[in-house]
Write a protein that binds this ligand. Structure first.
Ligand SMILES: [Fe+2]
Ligand SMILES: [Fe+2]
Length: 254
């Protein structure tokens, strides 16, 4: 899946820029998103090292690198940050990541941390250009201890990082989830093992339930639309996961 416009108005677009394919990265397929407003743009979770050339090629269809106002990292994992040192050479934008991960990022080969913005635990509002704002929404322990979501109030799309992520079979590449119950087999095992606890899920579900969200856009797998948004949030709110299921040393309840 490439270059799928999830939202478009006169001046604003929210684009599923690229979904990596097997071969571009040896790991899991991942989504990269671009939010475009006028001549400016923001890149969400640019991806691992192997996918960087394709993401850059897709981005150049929309904006040149100098118009990138920010790169936002939902958390510290290699499928998000692995290509960041090359992105830093190609662009000059600030890079937003939770304050708890900034001290670990030099291990990705980054020498200059001055472009990183440490996002506080409570999240923050980012004014990127005139009439162009994105909200960084806390999603701690889902799955990372310092996880952030990104809400676009124009598109009314919440980028959720690994929340809602699906492990799809290699022959399935539909862009949208319409029927949540049919989608559940592709997300359940991942969320039970990778998400940290029901308490964290519940805090997040309560926070996003009062937001005006048309789509949930995860870092892996298809984008939730319509009723599937609420169905996912309701399911996740009740899910036992992570430490809820640990019963012994290396053992988890099914
Ligand atoms: Fe992750
Ligand atoms: Fe991920």
């Amino acid at each position: 899946m490439r270059n799928i416009i999830l939202f478009e108005s006169m001046a604003h677009k929210f684009i599923l820029l690229n979904e990596s394919e097997p071969g571009e990265e040896d790991g899991i397929r991942s989504n990269q998103y671009l939010v475009v407003h006028g001549e400016d743009a923001v890149l969400l979770d640019p991806g691992g090292f192997g996918v960087m050339p394709r993401v850059l090629a897709e981005m150049l269809r929309h904006v040149p690198p100098e118009r990138l106002k920010a790169i936002m990292l939902s958390h510290q994992d290699p499928d998000i940050v692995g290509g960041i040192s090359t992105w830093m050479e190609m662009t000059s934008s600030p890079i937003y990541v939770s304050k708890i991960w900034t001290r670990f990022l030099p291990h990705y080969g980054i020498r200059d941390m001055s472009r990183f913005v440490a996002v506080p635990d409570a999240g923050m509002n980012c004014v990127l250009a005139r009439d162009f704002e994105l909200q960084l929404v806390p999603a701690h322990f889902l799955h990372s201890e310092g996880q952030i979501n990104v809400y676009d109030p124009v598109a009314r799309i919440l980028f959720t990082g690994d929340i809602g992520a699906a492990m799809m079979p290699s022959d399935r590449d539909e862009p949208y989830v319409h029927d949540f119950s049919a989608h559940l087999p592709f997300i359940e095992g991942f969320h039970r093992r990778y998400m940290c606890s029901n308490r964290a899920a519940r805090v997040w579900a309560d926070a996003v339930s009062v937001m005006d969200i048309q789509m949930l856009a995860p870092q892996h797998g298809p984008v939730y639309v319509g009723q599937a948004v609420q169905d996912f949030v309701s399911w996740f709110r009740e899910l036992e996961c992570g430490v809820d299921l640990i019963t012994g040393n290396g053992e988890f309840r099914k």
